[in-house]
Design a protein around this ligand. Structure first.
Ligand code: NAP
Length: 255
């Protein structure tokens, strides 16, 4: 029988097809994790990440699932249950921005999408993870890492206050859930990235955002997805075993 010491740990990373999620999946795979990634629409990108993770020795799979739809989240966790016999880490990474607007300009459709994907999606995924990880429910414990943003403390005025607020709620989810499940063997932490070079800025209509704002960052540059992944994978693993309820800025001093 497989001993616990030799068991490969399993991580579910939402939005693992690109950016911070892809970097996290590959770093985790390189450190001996098996990975299930989800994606929204970029199947080819997701499959490329899976191929790279397998080349690193991981049992890796990708599943299309909109985290803003409960039925699709349940499908994602159903796929997890079929392919793996445990869940050791959930990374709530999938997230969206929108074009720069003031609060006075927001449509209800914009607000509902922002909170459905960034906030409700994180809650529903966290719920499903707790049901599988909790030692009170027969699980082995585990770690949840939420990907928030420094926008949650800065507010993002004139850009996307809605995005900042959706991440502020993720911070509170992190604090509250960490205390709620600490005695059930589950740690819950968040990273708050600053300006990171990924496709997300182009999706908000500002492809040059990192370069434009880099001079305002104390370290004078944007960060890389890899630099955020370093912190996420640390929070996923045993090296952070007394850390829970923490919100960690990965922002080059942009606070
Ligand atoms: P990205 O490069 O745009 O990648 C976004 C990922 O999320 C993709 O894998 C995408 O899937 C997936 N996704 C988007 N909407 C989804 C949905 N409804 N359901 C499931 N998956 C969905 O973004 P990123 O910069 O890596 O961002 C990752 C996280 O970091 C987000 O939560 C973001 O808010 C946060 N963050 C980023 C920055 C930054 O400067 N980049 C700063 C602070 C926080 P597809 O590939 O299929 O589209």
């Amino acid at each position: 029988m497989e001993s616990k010491a030799s068991r490969r740990k399993v991580a579910l990373i939402t939005g693992g097809s690109r950016g911070i999620g892809a970097a996290t999946a590959l770093l985790a795979a390189a450190q001996g994790w098996d990975v299930l990634i989800s994606y929204q629409s970029q199947q080819a990108a997701a499959e490329a990440v899976v191929a790279q993770a397998r080349a690193l020795g991981a049992n890796a799979h990708a599943v299309q699932a909109d985290v803003g739809e409960e039925a699709q989240v349940l499908k994602l966790f159903g796929a997890l249950d079929e392919r793996f016999d445990s869940l050791d880490a959930l990374v709530n990474n999938a997230g969206v921005v929108d074009v720069a607007q003031t609060v006075a300009e927001y449509s209800l459709q914009r607000l509902e999408r922002m909170f459905r994907v960034n906030t409700v999606g994180a809650f529903v995924c966290a719920r499903e993870a707790v049901l599988r990880m909790s030692i009170r429910r027969g699980g082995r414990g585990g770690a949840i890492v939420n990907v928030s943003s420094i926008a949650a403390r800065l507010g993002a005025p004139g850009q996307y206050v809605d995005y900042a607020a959706s991440k502020g709620a993720v911070d509170v989810l992190t604090l509250g859930l960490a205390k709620e499940v600490a005695a059930e063997g589950i740690r819950v932490n968040a990273v708050r990235p600053g300006l990171i070079e990924t496709d997300i800025h182009a999706s908000g209509g500002q492809p040059d955002r990192v370069q434009r704002l880099a001079p305002n960052i104390p370290m004078q540059r944007g960060g890389t997805a890899q630099e955020v992944a370093d912190a996420i994978v640390w929070l996923m693993g045993d090296g952070s075993h007394y850390t829970t309820g923490s919100l960690i800025e990965i922002s080059g001093g942009n606070l």
